[in-house]
Ligand binder design. Structure first.
Ligand SMILES: [Zn+2]
Length: 307
């Protein structure tokens, strides 16, 4: 599953950007030795980690820069995809649901040796939040002084469960769910209105009024509120992606929300280019904060000030 396949599965702009960043780093040899791939389940974190291992070790890679990629078909690529390559180690929770300290010690010991066949050993810790603090501390030692030929990728939907010391040693890449096509019309209407209000005024007080719109239908408390706000934010991400498509290519063919194209065209004036990208990243961060149990009011207030 090289990068190109990962992109085919999740075609939104945020995902393409992350994959491009990884491809370029692998091509230039500047990939950091310790990474965290965070984001909700189903966002493609694990597949992207495997694609990274392939791009690092493929026998006949192609492309360059952001298009650098594994071939997906050589002996190394196919063995990595099957989980049968000696230099690509995947650590996962066992039946107990946790990752034991022995599993971590085992990979640390292996990481001390040169790769058997590949260029760099890649250790993927899947569901890294399933490590209690003692396995995390064991791992921390190796993250503090990473062996030159190893790369560690911690994959997690709950990065806040990792020790701050572990988090600080790793470069973090935030994944989000791929677009599910057109958004829920009600959520989209809320998102559109908030984008328009934010475009119309820089006045913080008025912006905070717009946050109330984002919180419409919340108030029952807890998880349901977070899901309600998340659906408004996902609709907003989908609209911003369409704005980017319309302003960069002028093509309406691949819009996720073609039925509201006139609205999107109007928003394009305010959100084309840098502002749109920055808004997209802010929505991404807001969604992640919701995953980490942040309060809906704080997230909504913060977001409207960033748009
Ligand atoms: Zn290959």
């Amino acid at each position: 599953m090289p990068f190109s396949d990962v992109i085919d599965r999740g075609t939104h702009a945020g995902h393409r950007r992350l994959v491009g960043l990884l491809a370029r780093s692998v091509h230039r040899g500047t990939l950091p030795p310790s990474l965290i791939f965070s984001g909700p389940a189903g966002a493609g974190k694990r597949l992207t980690a495997i694609a990274t291992a392939q791009a690092i070790n493929c026998l006949s890679p192609r492309g360059e820069g952001e298009s650098y990629d594994a071939c997906g078909t050589c002996a190394v690529c196919t063995r990595i995809a099957r989980g049968a390559h000696p230099d690509v180690v995947i650590v996962e929770p066992g039946d107990s649901g946790s990752i034991k300290i022995e599993q971590v010690r085992d990979v640390i010991e292996r990481a001390g040796y040169r790769p058997f066949e590949g260029r760099r050993r890649v250790v993927i810790v899947n569901d890294a939040d399933a490590m209690a603090s003692s396995p995390q501390n064991a791992l921390l030692k190796v993250l503090e002084e990473p062996p030159p030929s190893s790369v560690f990728i911690l994959v997690t939907a709950r990065p806040d469960m990792l020790l701050p010391t572990v988090q600080s040693r790793c470069q973090r890449l935030r994944f989000q769910l791929a677009d599910q096509g057109a958004s829920d019309p009600e959520a989209r209407e809320v998102a559109r209105r908030v984008l328009e209000l934010a475009a119309a005024s820089d006045e913080p007080r008025l912006r905070i009024e717009a946050a109330k719109d984002l919180l419409v239908n919340t108030g029952s408390g807890g998880r349901e509120d977070r899901e309600q706000l998340a659906s408004h934010l996902q609709a907003m991400a989908s609209l911003i992606r369409d704005i980017e498509l319309l302003s960069s290519r002028g093509s309406a063919l691949r819009l996720a929300n073609p039925d509201v194209q006139p609205d999107i065209e109007r928003l394009t004036k305010a959100y084309r280019g840098k502002r749109g990208l920055s808004a997209f990243e802010s929505v991404d961060r807001a969604l992640e904060a919701l995953d980490g149990n942040a309060s809906v009011k704080i997230v909504a207030d913060w977001l409207v000030l960033q748009l």
